[in-house]
Design a protein. Structure first.
Length: 590
């Protein structure tokens, strides 16, 4: 109804009631005569009392529902603080299921629900909730800092979904919001965050330009932002081969780790440090970083992050030639039920080579996912494209599909650059063994360019074994043997003993390099189990191959309870993974 019409109706009603008061009629209905000294008649008065009673009842129910909502929210907060992410999800969902929820409360709880989802076994479920909250923030003109924080969480989701193109778009949007706000601290934040995303995409030149816009990193008030700055700066330096600058920046970031409240960021920083240390040829630092990340993930029950770091650690152990230990961590990762695209990629990258090497067909079947290949190409991450494609090339070669392997390698080369070539690890050997000659020389040019950067020991080792494989294909065996021996020495100095084995396998009558052993690799069959009945029951189901979710369903207990018992079992028996249970409890029913 038009505004003028509404005002006209109100004026008419005021006049009617004024006239009714003057002639002694009810001022509500303007028809009936009220009782003495009353202005309203009995029916109108009764209706008013009923309406008032209904309103009070409605308000009472609203207060009760709000109390219930806040109780569920508080329970969710408690569960979240104790890292019981699945329990937190349930409480937040119950709160959101209550009708007529206040919009501001609904937004607040929705954001908490999204965050709880992101740390559980099904982090992809967080994405629609984050999008819903973002729409609410923009509609309600929520302050720029909150909106940028939410966009940062959404970038994590994009990375999980292997969609880095969307991640860059979200970063650009955050920069626009920061610039519109005129807040210098927010502008620094968004520039650093964009730089971090670009390093993931192997684009250090662009990342460096965004970092250079932050002139005084030590003056940044937020500890997490300062840590991200130094970690990103270290990533850029490592890709340029500037080892001393990279390690210096990483150490400055590590000094801030203990003060961070965001434990997801803590694990991400350790992971970044590990990846860059591998690139710089320091596998000892990489191992230490991944062990710390896995410990943090386990202690805080970080759902999908536990199998993620199990796989990352398995990959490192495999390259160090510790095949059985790598296999154990792979089997543990396979026991989780997490559904995350980036985790599916890692199963391909890590699981296929380990399973092929140890001839584990069951594990191999659990790692193969053809959809991951296209997912990798869509991700826009050159190094990940190389890693995923190489795993499928190895699989195709093992099955005798050499033409298919060649076609895939040809496709990969369009995505290789000087910064990703040394991070793709097995790609040089795959190209040399199975690539067509036109692709081989194109790839070699890029790999050789990487060796001309500082701290190029890893790239040089790859180039040497690459050339050894080429000489072997060309029938020049004497030169191939010499290059393979040289490659073995290069990889031996890096402690990449798997590649030492590969190089020495190319030389006739060569003894395998001895492996360093540690107390953690000793057999555990002589340990005496001291488990409770429930722990024994769960351990036997694990040995049978049941996942935590299946055990919870069979025993009618929560998945969290199963995980708690498993941590206790592993602690009591002094083992690191579920896979070792079979040797510790040889008499368990299977």
């Amino acid at each position: 109804m038009p505004k003028g019409t509404i005002e006209s109706a109100r004026t008419c009603m005021v006049r009617r009631r004024q006239h009714a008061r003057e002639v002694g009629l009810c001022v509500v209905c303007c028809k009936r005569k009220p009782a003495s000294r009353r202005t309203t008649c009995i029916p109108c008065n009764t209706s008013a009392l009923v309406r008032q009673s209904r309103k009070r009842e409605k308000n009472r129910k609203a207060r009760e529902l709000q109390q219930v909502t806040l109780a569920h929210e508080h329970a969710g907060d408690v569960a979240r603080d104790h890292h019981l992410h699945e329990d937190a999800v349930q409480y937040y969902q119950r709160a959101l299921n209550i009708e007529a929820l206040n919009p501001s409360i609904q937004l607040r709880i929705s954001e908490k629900l999204a965050h709880a989802f992101s740390l559980g076994d099904n982090p992809r479920a967080a994405t629609p909730w984050y999008k819903k909250v973002l729409i609410g923030y923009l509609a309600r003109s929520v302050d720029a800092a909150k909106t940028i924080e939410l966009l940062d969480r959404m970038v994590r989701q994009s990375w999980l979904d292997a969609n880095m193109e969307e991640a860059v778009s979200l970063r650009k949007r955050a920069i626009e919001i920061a610039e519109a706000s005129g807040n210098d601290e927010l502008q620094k934040m968004t520039n650093i965050q964009m730089a971090a995303t670009l390093t993931v995409l192997d684009r250090p030149e662009e990342a460096s330009r965004f970092l250079s816009a932050v002139q005084d990193a030590d003056g940044i008030g937020a500890i997490g932002l300062r840590a991200l700055y130094y970690s990103t700066q270290a990533g850029c330096s490592s890709m340029f081969g500037k080892a001393s600058a990279a390690y210096e920046s990483f150490e400055r970031a590590n000094q801030l780790v203990g003060e961070l409240n965001d434990l997801y960021q803590v694990t991400a920083m350790w992971n970044n440090y590990a990846n860059r240390a591998v690139l710089l040829g320091n596998i000892g630092i990489a191992k230490n970083c991944l062990e710390k990340a896995l410990i943090v993930a386990r202690r805080n029950n970080f759902g999908w992050r536990i199998p993620y770091f199990c796989l990352a650690y398995a990959d490192l152990l495999f390259r160090m030639g510790r095949y059985d230990s790598a296999h154990e961590y792979l089997i543990e990762a396979l026991s989780y039920d997490a559904d995350v695209p980036v985790l599916e990629q890692l199963f391909v990258v890590v699981g296929i080579p380990i399973s092929l090497h140890l001839h584990d067909e069951k594990a191999l079947a659990g790692c193969i996912n053809p959809a991951v290949l296209e997912m990798a190409f869509r991700s826009g991450q050159p190094s990940y494209i190389g890693l995923v494609a190489t795993a499928f090339v190895q699989l195709d070669a093992a099955r005798g599909h050499h033409r298919k392997a060649q076609a895939l390698l040809h496709r990969v080369l369009a995505n290789v650059n000087i910064h990703s070539v040394a991070q793709s690890l097995d790609l040089p050997i795959a190209v040399a063994q199975f690539g067509v000659f036109a692709d081989i020389w194109q790839f070699r040019t890029v790999l050789e360019a990487r060796t001309k950067l500082p701290s190029a020991a890893v790239a040089q080792a790859h180039l040497t074994i690459f050339d050894a494989c080429i000489e072997r294909r060309n029938g020049r065996l004497t030169k191939s043997y010499r290059l393979a021996a040289e490659a073995a020495k290069c990889f031996d100095s890096l402690q990449w003993y798997r590649y030492v084995d590969i190089a020495r396998s190319m030389i006739p009558m060569t003894n395998p390099i001895p492996r360093p052993t540690s107390s953690s690799d000793k057999t555990l069959a002589d340990l005496t189990p001291t488990l409770t009945d429930r722990e024994q029951q769960i351990a036997e189901l694990v040995i049978k191959g049941s996942t935590n979710r299946q055990i919870a369903a069979e025993l009618s207990i929560s998945k969290h309870t199963v995980e708690s018992h498993m941590r206790s079992v592993m602690s009591r028996l002094g083992i690191r993974s579920r896979h070792q249970l079979g040797s510790v409890l040889p008499d368990a029913a299977v």
